[in-house]
Design a protein around this ligand. Sequence first.
Ligand code: ZN
Ligand code: ZN
Length: 185
Amino acid sequence: MTNIYIEPYDGCENDIMNGIAQKLMKTMNIPVKLLSPIENPVYAFDPDRRQYYSTKILRYIVNNHNNAALRTIGIVNVDIFIPILTYVFGEAQLDGRAALVSAARLKQEYYGLGPDRELLVERLFKEVMHELGHTFGLTHCELGSCVMHLSNNVAGIDRKTANFCEEHREQLTKKLEELEIPNEK
Ligand SMILES: [Zn+2]
Ligand SMILES: [Zn+2]
């Protein structure tokens, strides 16, 4: 139970997934396993909104979570929502085992701009770290630079860093100690 699993869905490019896995491993110092891509979560599609219901996908990930994994992070390329919001970048079980991130609105193409792979990896990585933070019990941060800061748009994601503030870093270290995950750099 010492690996973080990344579960990519249709449309996730391998080199981008590898980039995320590498960054995650380096930052968290926890081994990361990249699973083979799975089909789009058609069961979560809402025909009225033409988006996918995030919580349904998260439930699927939770139900299929492999107990050999410490955490499972799903990455989809479809636009996701929860009923009270227009869209979400991701969703996680607070202090749970699974999280979900959508790359759909992290792509420059979504805003009519040219593709920027480096920026996509950066944004995706921040959102993966953010949702992963929630699975380790961390809540939102007031500090605009902390990765646990809530971002409502990509400009907000670009403003924050991929790192935890001091307080959140401490909370995370404590949590990993409780889980007996070696986290020495
Ligand atoms: Zn959040
Ligand atoms: Zn913080």
